[in-house]
Design a protein around this ligand. Structure first.
Ligand code: NAD
Length: 512
């Protein structure tokens, strides 16, 4: 037990191109906060200060929204053809690829994501822009002919200034997942990234400047959620808010935006099951179970954080699993061999560790986990942890831990697996491993999850709707579903002939 292979720290920490300090980007220019405030962003590997970040307040948000509003109503963006906008998106994608290594390393510095995975995220960020550039040119309307009398048609129009609020996990990928469809549809944007991971957003703003995106189309305001984020949510000139983050925050935001009747897209937390039946390809299932929860440092909304394992294979599978978890390479995230890096922040580390104590107090057995090696003590490292003998009503089985922690719960029958899978408040993702495809499809339909994968790890197809049920969210983004959110339907009725118009006001005398 507890023999995680800890890497020494041979890889130097140099982060070329890091924005120092990190400024807001408003109306095409990098600016400090109106009130002059700053906060630090830390390197989770060492807890040293990486740089200062401009601390946005209501005034900065107001400036950014005004710039975005002008760009939407007076600038060229809204009047461009989709093809012209798509050209910008492709240029952004190219620039992200050109700066891919720099972006990946900055993400590592700011979040502790292992470099190999951060490179994948940078590539996906470029892909997000390329994909929505293509989708933009496919936005179509509908026609409703009424014989010779009318031709009615409906078109999709952009909504206006979008407030985009993102979390600290995979910040670059998630920001681009929102910015790309938002701009593709003709809106303008104000991004408020998470305060624990502000740097790749700043680098992205540099890229927007590099490709000469018209001023005000993309704006960035740093700052804390309760101040800068809240100002964005309440701003009267921001009709739509796309939020990714915790369920509790999502609720607060919906409440605060209710007076303005905002349109919301809510991508929230998860506690997703991975169900392994005894007839599955157990080697592949094992790979997927391990990767599904420990990749991205376990800070993944769609993490398969609850293993539901059929009793007939439980002992053998858990033993193999424990062996793999023990061998996960925990260490310096700049080392390409590292599989799990430090958690985003010391506060988050404390939160995750609290769950480890809770699990033990609840009577679960920690098969793998415990102290981290001394040479990693300065960073926010938590050893990949596996709990067995877990009951579904334990807090570690119910609550989102958002770290490298897996709980294993046994089941006997398909029906029991379904009850356990659905026995949480969340409903984001589900993973099913079985060779019985009838059973797999049956379960996929009945599990409360916005997305299910059968005999697969989390491989995304950007055309499909992404989002969750229950406490995991409201709405879907991805493919043309993103445009359901980022555009408004407008219906136009055209008379083609002399249809009857009731004639009022022809009486001899005014009515009594
Ligand atoms: P968080 O809710 O603490 O913060 C997210 C963002 O909201 C940050 O930018 C924060 O500054 C801002 N914010 C906080 N309070 C606010 C307020 N009152 N008004 C406006 N903005 C406010 O989330 P986090 O800890 O940064 O991220 C982790 C969470 O995100 C996890 O729960 C995870 O499951 C979830 N997540 C979900 C998805 C998904 O697609 N469903 C994807 C990634 C992460």
């Amino acid at each position: 037990m507890n023999q995680v292979k800890a890497e020494a720290q041979p890889v130097p920490m140099s982060f070329e191109g890091m924005p120092r300090p990190a400024l807001h980007f408003i109306d095409g220019a990098f600016v400090e906060s109106a009130k002059g405030g700053w906060f630090d962003t830390l390197n989770p590997t060492t807890n040293e200060v990486l740089t200062q970040v401009a601390e946005g307040t209501e005034e900065d948000v107001h400036r950014a929204v005004e710039a975005a509003y002008r760009a939407f109503h007076e600038g060229p963006w809204g009047r461009m053809t989709a093809k012209e906008r798509a050209r910008y998106l492709v240029q952004i994608a190219d620039a992200i690829e050109r700066h891919g290594e720099e972006l990946a390393r900055i993400e590592v510095a700011d979040t502790g994501l292992p470099i190999a995975q951060a490179r994948g995220q940078a590539a996906r960020a470029a892909e997000n822009f390329r994909f929505f550039a293509e989708m933009a040119t496919r936005i179509t309307g509908e026609t409703f002919p009424v014989g010779d009398a009318f031709l009615n048609y409906a078109i999709r129009v952009p909504v206006g200034v979008a407030g985009l609020i993102t979390p600290w996990n995979t910040p670059l990928m998630l920001a681009t997942w929102k910015i790309a469809p938002c701009l593709a549809a003709g809106n303008t944007a104000v991004l408020k990234p998470a305060e624990w991971s502000p740097l790749t957003a700043t680098k992205l703003a540099e890229i927007m400047q590099e490709v000469d995106l018209p001023p005000g189309v993309f704006n960035l305001v740093h700052g804390f959620g309760e101040v800068a984020g809240d100002a964005l949510v309440r701003h009267p000139k921001v009709p739509l808010i796309s939020f990714t983050g915790e369920t509790v925050t999502g609720r607060t935001i919906m409440r605060n935006g209710a007076d303005g009747l905002k349109r919301f897209s809510m991508e929230l937390g998860g506690k997703s099951p991975v169900i392994v039946f005894d007839d599955a390809d157990l080697d592949r299932a094992l790979d997927a179970v391990v990767f599904g929860v420990y990749s991205l440092n376990g800070e993944r909304c769609t993490a398969s954080s609850r293993l539901l394992i059929q009793e007939t294979i439980r002992e053998e599978f858990e033993a193999r699993l424990a062996e793999r978890v023990r061998r996960i390479r925990l260490g310096n995230p700049l080392d390409p061999a590292t599989e799990v890096g430090p958690l985003i922040h010391s506060e988050h580390k404390t939160r995750v560790e609290r769950y480890l104590d809770i699990g033990l107090r609840e009577g679960a057995v920690m098969a793998v986990g415990g102290d981290v090696p001394e040479d990693l003590a300065r960073g926010n490292f938590v050893r990949p942890t596996l709990f067995v003998d877990v009951k579904n009503d334990m807090r570690i089985a119910q609550e989102e831990i958002f770290g490298p922690v897996l709980v294993s719960i046994p089941f006997t029958t398909e029906e029991e697996a379904l009850q356990l899978a659905n026995g949480v408040s969340y409903g984001l993702a589900a993973y099913i491993w079985t060779r019985d495809l009838e059973r797999a499809h049956r379960l996929a339909r009945r599990i409360d999850a916005g997305m299910a994968w059968i005999n697969s790890q989390n491989v995304r197809d950007l055309r499909t709707p992404f989002g969750g049920m229950k406490m995991s969210g409201v709405g879907r983004e991805g493919g043309h579903y993103s445009f359901e959110f980022y555009t408004e339907w407008k219906t136009i009725h055209v008379a083609l002939g002399q249809h009857p118009i009731p004639r009022f006001g022809l009486a001899d005398h005014a009515g009594a």
